[in-house]
Design a binder for this molecule. Structure first.
Ligand code: ZN
Ligand code: ZN
Ligand code: FE
Length: 765
């Protein structure tokens, strides 16, 4: 019998598992990797073969994800074997033929950790210990099939002891591609401005002394460099903030397994399992109110703090020997550039930030930031999809042409849809920096190389100024394929539909900061009727003129003044937002608004959040995207009563924000607490959504199958709003779909773009 096994079956100990299973059942034959997955030739009595087929699927190793076990009808190539053998991977010929999922990077396993901490083991304190069940995968792989020569470990020649493990089917390191030991593998070095100052264990101890002394050390990890300092040392954290030019933006922390997390945050069972999962993402935890100490240092003013547990052996060793149990562990980059992976780059670009570099000689082929997730009830949802998840594909409900989608300019991420799978790139950072452009170009090249597919089209955002779109046009030109422009909020909505395998029509609620509308204004408060191929905007916030356009995003106070002006409310200096803008600047703003010069029309929900946050006195200037909205949600008083009211849409579908702005301003002037204003505004939004959905469902008589509502866009990172909208809509009898696999922010945009482009292109192959 010849069997074809598909799914994530390479680099996860699958062939040794097949070998053990076959041997235990006394079956003969062979197993091999090829570009389509795993191919098994097996001989034995029919009933034992049935047992074998059944157990191949259900007993597979934990990291494997078997999507299919099929008997290959043409068994003419079968050759009778004696015993059971593992055959080395076939080469490029088969690699070109088909698609195999490459496994993501996996946190070090318990068995490897135990060896690393055992003084009698030959890998005692060895920071590159790994086996078939753990270690780097995606970040070290140059191309498929996944095998040692195609990884960045190719340059390390196995010593006899490692080679013996690699060749022994009964060993847990049998064909573990990144296998290494102190004799033959990579090593740590510690650099300072003076050059290399220590190697191996001395390098590690040197880095620990520096961190304990309050210094900042750049540490090379699985997918790039991190900047690390003592999170309990206020001076160290402040220095890192200042050097990174980061303002108040929260830092993620890396926490020792033994650290008492419960003192600073309530950790649910769902969150705990995410923390210890093989992906080891940053988990956003709700801070315990009033808990002092490091959470306020690393995430000032935020309701959540981002926490991760050590995932690589280096991180374990580092934390094991530190005075503190909590270190800041933030991407080693400048501002919103991509994470640094190259050793020379790290020394140059992080020179102004780091005091020292704890590095090693294992090259990183693909940058991969830490993933960020948050619990929504019993479910974990991604806010940033990268290490541990990339390049796991999102399964698609239907086939279509190969399309590369470029995503947006913020939270850049690409998507290559091939067959029934959509491969998302890692998070690439914000466009606008040369480094992000390079990273996006490299990620595009890498997706195409890994999957041996040249796209039939490139999908881009319709914004004429987007750099991601410009890169998409360049790539399409190089490949000689068409470009498909996709409207931003249509892409958001279809991205959710793609995750759920839904064709629509659905009612899409797309709330976010910035997205280019076909009328040339900035959209972001949309209710749409959508399928993959078509979209109708049924309701939206009434546009207001915003002086300075995108520049206003940094100044919620100015956005508040624009909203007040549009609502006909006087700029009373008793309002915090008005007081925050200097009188002279107010005069300039007023002139711009009255004459309509240097203004951009926007119907963005993100800007409405900014305006309300500023009016409530929560935030007048932001250091990072969505800070005002995040803080407005954080102050929401769940016990507050009352709600503002959005009016009904006019004949053109426009919903005037003026009544809400007037009510917010009146409350603010009356001294109503920010938590109450926030609660009343959030409640108003939920009613607005429910009302619009109800009206749209009637208008379109969406059929008898019930109304399907999709929530997407960056505003739905707001957990309170997403939960409340979902709960009320479900009570109304709607089916509510939200993101589970890709982020609801622009990091998930590319998935929707790819699916829309396919629908518009039509055809297969
Ligand atoms: Zn392991
Ligand atoms: Zn070795
Ligand atoms: Fe967006």
């Amino acid at each position: 019998m010849r069997l074809r096994v598909t799914g994530v079956v390479q680099g996860v100990g699958f062939r040794p598992f097949v070998h053990r299973l076959a041997t235990s059942l006394d079956l003969h034959g062979t197993v091999r990797n090829d570009a389509a997955g795993v191919l098994i030739d097996v001989f034995g009595p029919a009933e034992v073969l049935d047992e074998f087929v059944r157990r191949v699927a259900i007993d597979a190793p934990p990291l494997a994800s078997v999507t299919g076990v099929a008997v290959v009808p043409d068994d003419s190539a079968l050759a009778v074997a004696d015993g059971f053998r593992i055959i080395a991977s076939d080469d490029a010929a088969t690699a070109a033929a088909a698609i195999t999922a490459l496994p993501p990077d996996v946190a070090v396993c318990d068995e490897c950790l135990a060896e690393m901490r055992d003084p009698a083991d030959r890998r005692y304190r060895y920071p590159f210990v790994t086996c078939t069940q753990c270690g780097p995968r995606f970040t070290i792989t140059r191309h498929l099939p996944y095998d040692r020569p195609t990884t960045t470990m190719a340059g390390f020649v196995l010593c006899p002891a490692c080679q013996a493990e690699y060749d022994d089917p009964t060993d847990r390191r049998y064909h573990a591609q990144p296998l290494a030991c102190p004799t033959c593998g990579p090593h740590l070095t510690l650099h300072t401005a003076d050059g290399v100052v220590a190697e191996r264990d001395d390098a590690l101890r040197g880095a620990q002394r520096l961190i304990d002394d309050g210094r900042i050390v750049a540490v090379k990890g699985i997918g790039g460099y991190h900047l690390v300092c003592d999170a309990t040392n206020a001076t160290a954290v402040a220095t890192l903030r200042a050097r990174k030019g980061r303002g108040a933006k929260p830092f993620a922390v890396l926490v020792a397994d033994r650290a008492p997390l419960a003192e600073v945050a309530a950790v649910s069972a769902t969150e705990q399992s995410a923390l210890v999962s093989p992906q080891r993402p940053i988990v956003l935890l709700r801070r315990t109110p009033g808990a002092a100490g490091w959470p306020e240092l690393v995430a000032p003013g935020a309701a959540d703090v981002g926490v991760m547990l050590p995932s690589s052996p280096v991180q374990h060793l580092l934390l094991d020997g530190l005075g503190t149990q909590v270190v800041v562990c933030t991407s080693g980059n400048v501002a919103d550039e991509p994470i640094v992976t190259d050793d020379g780059d790290a020394l140059r670009r992080l020179r102004e930030i780091a005091d020292a570099w704890l590095t090693n000689d294992r090259p990183i082929h693909s940058a991969c930031d830490d993933s960020i997730v948050r619990a929504r009830g019993p479910m974990m949802v991604p806010l940033r999809r990268a290490r541990g998840f990339t390049p796991l594909p999102v399964p698609l409900a239907s086939d279509g042409r190969a399309v590369l989608a470029m995503g947006g300019d913020l939270k850049g991420s690409l998507c290559l849809a091939v067959g029934r799978q959509a491969f998302m790139s890692q998070h690439l950072g914000d466009h606008g920096q040369l480094a992000t452009y390079r990273a996006a170009r490299q990620a595009a090249r890498q997706l195409v190389d890994l999957l041996c597919t040249t796209p039939a089209a490139v999908a881009i955002d319709a914004h004429p100024g987007y750099l991601s779109a410009r890169l998409g046009r360049e790539l399409a030109g190089e490949w000689g394929v068409p470009v498909v422009e996709v409207q931003h909020h249509h892409a958001h909505v279809v991205s959710v539909m793609a995750e759920h395998g839904v064709h629509g029509p659905v009612i899409g609620v797309a709330f976010d900061g910035t997205g280019y509308g076909p009328d040339g204004t900035i959209w972001g408060g949309e209710i749409m009727l959508a399928t993959a191929a078509s979209v109708t905007r049924v309701a939206h916030l009434k546009a207001i003129p915003l002086p300075g356009g995108d520049a206003a995003i940094e100044h919620p106070a100015r956005t508040a003044l624009a909203h007040l002006w549009a609502a006909g409310v006087e700029w009373d200096p008793h309002l915090a937002a008005v007081a925050a803008v200097a009188p002279a600047d107010r005069q300039v703003l007023r002139t711009q608004l009255e004459r309509g010069v240097h203004t951009v029309a926007t119907s963005s929900m993100g800007r409405l959040f900014d305006a309300v946050a500023a009016l409530a006195g929560v935030r007048q200037r932001v250091d990072y995207e969505a800070q005002a909205a995040i803080e407005l949600e954080a102050v929401l008083d769940p016990l507050a009563t009352g709600a503002y009211t959005f009016p009904l849409a006019d004949a053109a579908g426009a919903v005037d924000c003026a009544p809400v702005i007037r009510a917010v301003a009146a409350d603010a002037l009356a001294g109503t607490p920010a938590g109450t204003i926030s609660a009343r505004f959030h409640s108003a939004l939920v009613s607005h959504v429910v009302h619009q959905v109800r009206t749209s469902a009637c208008d379109t008589s969406a059929g008898t199958g019930g109304t399907v509502v999709v929530l997407s866009g960056g505003v739905f990172q707001n957990a309170w709003l997403a939960d409340a909208c979902e709960a009320v809509l479900v009570r109304e009898g709607c089916t509510v779909l939200t993101h589970r696999l890709v982020p609801t922010n622009d990091g998930g945009l590319a998935l929707g773009q790819a699916v829309i482009a396919r629908a518009l292109l039509g055809g297969n192959g």
